[in-house]
Write a protein that binds this ligand. Structure first.
Ligand SMILES: NC(=O)c1ccc[n+]([C@@H]2O[C@H](COP(=O)([O-])OP(=O)(O)OC[C@H]3O[C@@H](n4cnc5c(N)ncnc54)[C@H](OP(=O)(O)O)[C@@H]3O)[C@@H](O)[C@H]2O)c1
Length: 432
């Protein structure tokens, strides 16, 4: 089908939807001249018709029923910008079953129903695009799918959550506590009222799942990942990092053993050497390093969320949709699905940083080194600092190369020691 007017339906006219509408209007001339078509923003759906919007749209274009847009035969491209997984799934499936192109920014939907959506697109001859679901304005999906298609990816790591990066950056710069910066971030709109999905690492995990699928053709559910957040990070950790040439970043790390095909996806705060580009990606910015066996390392930096960067990604998908429609709806190369197995924990190796709040009394160090030695975790350095807890000291250990299984067992053992107070804080030291 080749058509000179592309009718676009925007389901969900909130932060992202209004951004898409605004930027298609403002860049219409350039977009249309590149594509050789007229882009018609035909319809929009919202929940509340009385809400004031930042874009001017004729009342006749509005509906409260997004399914009526998804099934409208005159609409070519449906943007699902509602969020959530229930209505969003219904709308997306209805549009795909009608053979339409769907553009989504919805990482939760993709993680939960990705295979079903891809199958529906395949079966009915439509397309499903999702560039905005990971890292906002950074075209990382396109990079993995197109620009780096010649490669196999042994390592991808990245800062995928702007809220966490903002909190860690400000804690580092201003010497304030996690709680103090979080409270400010909420006031400034950089953190959600319920911040848990972000700060406990789950938002990053969802995005990592999508990247792992694109890179390796296998869905790693977030429940199978190692996921740790930033809530335990204190000034003691940041001071150690600073004094030893590191920055602390919440990273998603996706590794693949090229020989065995085993994949592992993890999310955790990491000590990243300051010499690495990503250690210097600050504030709400995201950054991703992709190492391909052909290209070597490539690095991408940009704003990971917000109205404009997300709209930029959605519009790039709309443009891809238009090109495919006008080329006779040819298919993109299929993503090769593999049945990669998960790397066993003992094969995930690295160096570790461990902060323990301990009773300030003789013999404590001997008990701790006894516990680590039992599991063959070899200590590289020990540092004692004053603790915020009365009668306690902070003990900061770093290890030589060890593995996840041994370090987890060590922590279990350390928790049982009466001289260890509170929860041990574990950070990984990046050796990539
Ligand atoms: N915001 C970002 O920076 C960002 C970045 C990357 C990806 N995303 C993703 O983009 C999607 C949209 O996010 P957003 O921030 O734009 O959300 P939002 O501001 O909450 O907008 C959601 C829109 O959907 C409409 N809607 C919600 N529930 C509905 C229902 N039951 N029936 C009909 N309409 C309904 C809302 O209508 P009303 O306006 O009438 O309430 C609103 O227009 C999400 O999947 C999100 O994860 C967002």
């Amino acid at each position: 089908m080749s058509t000179s007017t592309i009718n676009i339906g925007i389901c969900g006219l909130g932060t992202v939807g209004q951004g898409v509408w605004k930027h298609i209007e403002s860049n219409r001339a350039a977009l249309e001249s590149r594509l050789g078509v007229t882009l018609n923003l035909a319809r929009a759906s919202v929940r509340d018709l009385t809400k004031k919007r930042s874009v001017r749209i004729a009342a006749s274009k509005f509906t409260t029923d997004p399914l009526s847009i998804a099934t409208d035969p005159s609409i070519h491209i449906v943007c699902e910008l509602i969020g959530g997984v229930t209505l969003a799934r219904e709308v997306t499936l209805a549009a795909l079953k009608a053979g339409k192109t769907v553009v989504s920014a919805n990482k939760a939907l993709l993680c939960k129903h990705g295979p079903e959506l891809f199958a529906a697109a395949r079966k009915h001859g439509g397309h499903f695009f999702f560039e905005a679901s990971v890292a906002g304005g950074i075209p990382i999906i396109k990079a993995l799918r197109e620009g780096l298609v010649a490669n196999r990816f042994k390592l991808i790591y990245g800062i995928l959550n702007g809220t966490c990066n903002y909190i860690l950056t400000r804690m580092e710069r201003e010497g304030l506590s996690y709680q103090a910066i979080l409270a400010e971030a909420k006031v400034l709109g950089y953190a959600e009222a319920d911040e848990s999905l972000d700060v406990e690492g789950w938002d990053t995990a969802h995005k990592a799942s999508i990247l792992a699928f694109l890179a390796h053709g296998t869905w790693v559910p977030v429940e199978k990942m190692l996921v740790e957040g930033i809530t335990q990070i204190t000034q003691a950790d940041l001071a150690f990092a600073r004094e030893n040439g590191y920055a602390i970043k919440l990273l998603a790390v996706i590794t693949r053993e090229i020989d065995t095909g085993e994949v592992f996806v993890r999310v955790h705060p990491t000590l990243v050497p300051k010499t690495k580009v990503l250690a210097n990606v600050n504030e709400v910015y995201n950054g991703i390093s992709v190492t391909g066996d052909v290209v070597g390392e490539t690095v991408y930096i940009g704003r990971g969320a917000g109205q404009d960067p997300t709209a930029s990604a959605v519009i790039s998908d709309i443009v891809d949709g238009v090109i495919l429609l006008n080329r006779g709806n040819t298919h993109l190369p299929e993503l090769a699905e593999t049945r990669a197995s998960l790397t066993p924990l003992q094969s995930i190796t690295g160096r570790y940083y461990l902060r323990l709040e301990v009773k300030d009394e003789p013999g404590v160090l001997a008990k701790i080194s006894g516990a680590t030695a039992k599991l063959h975790v070899s200590i590289a350095s020990v540092l004692q600092r004053p603790s915020d807890m009365p009668g306690a000291a902070s003990l900061i250990l770093t290890t030589h190369k060890s593995n996840e299984k041994a370090i987890r067992a060590t922590i279990t053992r350390l928790r049982r020691l009466s001289s260890v107070l509170g929860e041990p804080v574990l950070l990984r030291i990046a050796d990539f």
